[in-house]
Design a protein around this ligand. Structure first.
Ligand code: HEM
Ligand code: HEM
Length: 378
């Protein structure tokens, strides 16, 4: 029964992970920008993160696997994300539909948060500190979705609430989960122990959470405080980058494997914070921050994490996993350069830059398809 539940959570992750890469590749076909960004973030990334939590929380609390029914929560979030995307396809959005979408997604978030908190209190010896980052991330997305429910009741605050929602979701939900997961994933993917990671996670979350809250409040109501948010968040990110520089140079500066993309993801988060402080101070167009967040942070992060984890979720036999990992990791070092490079190119030639980023993620999608077919054949 426990093995069945573990396989259910692993398969759900594999499906959400593959779907996210497909959505990254197909999003340019969606004409409306709000529908496009919600297709990527709310249909792809939000359910992927929630299913990652359903998979990892039992590991972080040293407990039994999640019941198979818990895999329904990310599906519920996916339904909410799809409803929001459909609502935006018409333009500014159908108010009733996206209020319903927000409520459905919020329900899924509350379910995962309640279950993760219960597992944390039930854990003998205390949970791994990464769990605190996941709970903080869930508080951010819950608050962001709750704010959306009010957006039409409070018309004169529409733009402030929208900015509050978007910063809590990107920096808070995605940023906090990504940072916590990367600290655990990098030592596993490189096979090099990192004794400092747990300490960094334990002491770093108040800085990151405070940075997120200040950014969301600054973006909504108090723009001059934006740079404080950048500085707060850079404390844990800077410490991690410094430690990784000493610990993982070999596996990171190479052409193949997951580590080059994982490192590009962490560096991408740091650059997103700098771009955030700059557009918050009115020195840069905010649209540039959104494209960097997707091309320079999300693309390497998701591709790097899937390179290491997808084989683990797809099949239990170790020789197949090693071969699948090698296939997924081929030339990931080049991708780690291509993603930020395509954003730089996009500053001069937006279409060319976007096309290059798309070619990069599509090439990863192709490797992923080959691995999925090989898993199904076995
Ligand atoms: C599923 C429920 C969701 C609903 C109902 C929803 C609703 C909204 C609304 C009403 C806006 C303001 C639109 C406007 O400018 O008129 C917005 C903007 C935005 N949302 Fe969401 N959202 C949802 C989920 C998410 C998630 C999960 C993320 C990210 C993880 C996200 C990221 C964003 C971003 C980045 C913007 C700003 C887009 C831009 O101006 O370019 N949303 N959302
Ligand atoms: C430390 C990080 C960040 C800080 C301090 C920050 C701060 C701010 C501030 C103060 C504003 C309002 C600017 C104004 O009133 O003119 C703003 C707007 C905006 N930010 Fe950020 N930001 C950060 C990160 C991000 C990230 C990661 C994204 C995208 C993923 C983003 C996307 C946006 C967008 C799209 C707007 C304009 C919203 C609109 O009115 O249409 N920001 N930000």
């Amino acid at each position: 029964m426990a093995v069945f539940a573990e396989r259910a959570a692993a398969r759900a992750m594999a499906v959400h992970g593959s779907l996210t890469v497909v959505l990254f590749c197909s999003a340019p076909l969606v004409p409306h920008p709000l529908a496009r960004i919600h297709l990527i973030l709310a249909v792809g990334v939000m359910p992927l993160i929630l299913s990652a939590m359903v998979y990892f929380v039992p590991v972080l609390t040293r407990g039994r696997s999640a019941a198979a029914s818990m895999t329904l929560a990310p599906l519920l979030a996916l339904a909410g994300g799809a409803m929001a995307t459909v609502a935006f396809l018409g333009g500014a959005g159908a108010p009733l539909l996206f209020t319903a979408a927000g409520a459905v997604a919020l329900l899924a978030v509350i379910a995962v948060a309640a279950w993760a908190s219960w597992r944390a209190t039930d854990c003998v010896g205390g949970p791994h500190p990464c769990l605190t980052w996941y709970l903080a991330a869930l508080i951010c997305v819950g608050t962001a979705l709750g704010a959306v429910l009010l957006i039409h009741q409070w018309q004169d605050q529409y733009y402030a609430i929208k900015r509050f929602h978007l910063h809590l979701n990107t920096l808070g939900f995605i940023g906090l989960t990504a940072f916590g997961t990367l600290q655990v994933l990098m030592p596993t993917a490189t096979g090099v122990a990192d004794e400092s990671a747990a300490d960094r996670l334990r002491s770093g979350w108040p800085w990151a959470l405070a940075g997120t809250l200040v950014a969301a409040l600054a973006a909504g109501w108090w723009p001059t405080a934006g740079w404080i948010a950048g500085l707060l968040w850079l404390v844990p990110v800077g410490r991690a980058l410094w430690s990784w520089r000493e610990r993982f140079p070999g596996p990171v500066f190479t052409w193949h494997g997951a580590p080059p993309l994982l490192a590009a993801g962490l560096a991408g988060l740091a650059v997103s914070l700098v771009l955030g402080a700059l557009h918050g101070a009115g020195r840069l167009d905010a649209a540039g921050a959104v494209t960097f967040f997707v091309m320079g942070f999300l693309f390497p992060l998701v591709a790097g994490a899937l390179t290491h984890l997808l084989p683990l979720w797809l099949r239990p036999d170790e020789p197949w996993r090693a071969a699948a990992r090698a296939r997924l990791g081929r030339f990931n070092g080049a991708l780690a350069l291509l993603f930020p490079g395509s954003w730089l190119l996009a500053q001069a030639h937006p279409r060319l830059g976007a096309a290059l980023a798309l070619a990069g993620i599509a090439s990863f999608g192709f490797k992923l398809a080959l691995v999925a077919v090989s898993a199904l054949r076995g």
